[in-house]
Design a protein. Structure first.
Length: 275
């Protein structure tokens, strides 16, 4: 099979438990890009939170892409061109804000390098900022501060209480937007229909490739669609069981350079004539 595109989830896939790319994985991915493989970093993180890893892997040099917000944005990392964007319906923001306020949860969104919130000292807001290497900007009133188009909101809080709110909001909003938890304490609020596979179909059409030329590697529920969609879908050893069941191959864990192992097996170990 002649693979041309490699799509990688970040947390639990490309990075280890320290949220770092190991030396071996980095060297393997640079070698694969030098051989012609294009890399896409696909994450629920905002673009600013993906950028340091994209730069570390030199995606700007090898014509790679960032797929941020679970597919809400696609950026050509060589030109920094925004190729695709899907925004939240601003009419829904007052309801989202009210749900957070009534439950004493923090609600956040993003603007450039900042996480915007009324609760800058909330432990889960601090987790989100640390994960994405972003600064926290305190706002006096969330609704008044968010005048720019946004791709995602996040409501954060104690997991058992947040689970109850998730159920309530899903029933209310399921026909208008996506409502799901990416972590027990992170409730993601995204435009309806946004997922990694849907956005990858847009990217493939734009760059003239087919899904059969694509490898996708991931570990979480939000990776399931792209693993099922790809010509070769690979699950990490540490992946959710449902993701493993859907995959064509299960590689090593993110603590054992599973991404590097898969790239070596399915791309670099092939003869030049098969690339």
């Amino acid at each position: 099979m002649k693979y041309k595109l490699l799509v990688l989830d970040l947390d639990g896939t490309l990075t280890n438990s320290k949220k770092e790319i190991t030396r071996h994985t980095k060297e393997t991915l640079i070698k694969a890009q030098e051989a012609g493989l294009k890399v896409v970093l696909a994450s629920g993180r905002p673009t600013y939170g993906v950028a340091p890893l994209a730069n570390e892997l030199e995606l700007q040099k090898y014509e790679g892409y960032i797929l941020a917000y679970n597919g809400g944005e696609i950026i050509d990392w060589t030109t920094r061109e925004l190729m695709y964007e899907k925004q939240l319906d601003s009419d829904l923001l007052p309801y989202l804000y009210r749900c957070a306020k009534e439950n004493d949860f923090a609600i956040v969104t993003y603007e450039n390098e900042y996480v915007l919130t009324e609760k800058p000292d909330d432990e889960y807001v601090l987790k989100e900022a640390l994960l994405n290497v972003m600064k926290i900007k305190k706002v006096d009133n969330f609704l008044e501060a968010v005048k720019h188009p946004i791709t995602k909101c996040l409501i954060v809080g104690e997991p058992s209480r947040l689970a109850l709110l998730e159920k309530e909001m899903y029933e209310k909003l399921k026909d208008r937007m996506g409502v799901f938890r990416s972590e027990p304490y992170f409730l993601e609020l995204v435009p309806k229909g946004i997922d990694k596979a849907q956005s990858l179909s847009v990217l493939l059409e734009e760059i003239g490739m087919t899904k059969n030329e694509m490898i996708a590697i991931g570990d979480g529920f939000n990776d399931l669609s792209m693993i099922q969609y790809a010509g070769l879908g690979i699950a990490m050893e540490n992946a959710q069981d449902v993701v493993k069941q859907a995959a064509d191959f299960i590689t090593l864990s993110n603590e054992e350079d599973g991404v590097a192992y898969a790239v070596e097996k399915f791309y670099l170990d092939n003869s030049p004539s098969s690339l």
